[in-house]
Ligand binder design. Structure first.
Ligand code: DX5
Ligand code: ZN
Length: 211
């Protein structure tokens, strides 16, 4: 069954504790943390201090999506804050192989995110270092954008490329029950969703609708 990773970006930030508890009760499989630096993307969110303060609220894995230039500067503080997986953007680093090794050395799961316009072959020579590939189906930076259809073909290609590895395929951006179905048939293992999970107070129904 596909895993659902609600993005905290769409939560009520004045009530993070209640929001995270509600997500866990509603059947979320992990918490997706969108970390933005105002450089790689034109928006700013949060970092290690906030993640550290919400870590005791839940045992769900923390899935950190770094939309950040020079992401390696953050790895150690994020590891100490308690994230379980770090996903960096292929477009934000020069030495992808080295940076993935740094994440693995900290004992964390490592992922690479690909913008909608980025060729999936970018990860061809680092497959042995990857736990996850994150297919962006919007241009990163904001919640609530429309799904970019070309991501579906990219998921199919990645499914073939990763068939001899235990690499999960995660999809992020514009996921709703309709686009979720297309991603699942193409081979997605994890769906990130902000708007679709938080659109009503009934998070459980919203999460079930995506599966
Ligand atoms: C976009 C973020 C996403 C975003 C998803 O830059 O990476 O995780 O919050 O939000 P929705 O589901 O609203 O597209
Ligand atoms: Zn994200």
């Amino acid at each position: 069954m596909v895993l659902i990773a609600p993005s905290l970006l769409s939560a009520d930030f004045s009530r993070l504790k209640e929001e995270i508890t509600a997500l866990e009760k509603a059947g979320a499989d992990m918490i997706h943390l969108d970390i933005m630096d105002g450089h790689f993307v034109p928006n700013l969110t949060f970092g290690a201090p906030i993640i550290k303060s919400i870590r005791p609220i839940t045992n769900l894995p923390f899935d950190a999506h770094l939309m950040v230039q020079n992401p390696e500067n953050l790895f150690e503080s994020l590891a100490h804050a308690g994230v379980n997986c770090i996903t960096i953007h292929a477009e934000a680093v020069t030495h992808l192989d080295r940076v993935l090794t740094q994440i693995k050395t900290l004992g964390l799961r490592a992922g690479v995110a690909l913008n909608p316009s980025t060729d999936e072959n970018k990860i061809k020579y680092v497959l042995d270092k990857l736990d996850l590939v994150l297919v962006m189906t919007v241009n990163p930076g904001f919640g609530g954008q429309s799904f970019i259809q070309s991501g579906v073909t990219k998921i199919e290609r990645l499914k073939k490329m990763t068939k001899d590895y235990s690499i999960k395929i995660e999809v992020d951006g514009g996921i709703n029950p309709l686009t979720a179905a297309a991603c699942i048939s193409a081979g997605a293992d994890i769906l990130v969703a902000g708007t679709a999970v938080f659109k009503t107070n009934d998070y459980q129904t919203n999460i079930q609708a995506l599966r």
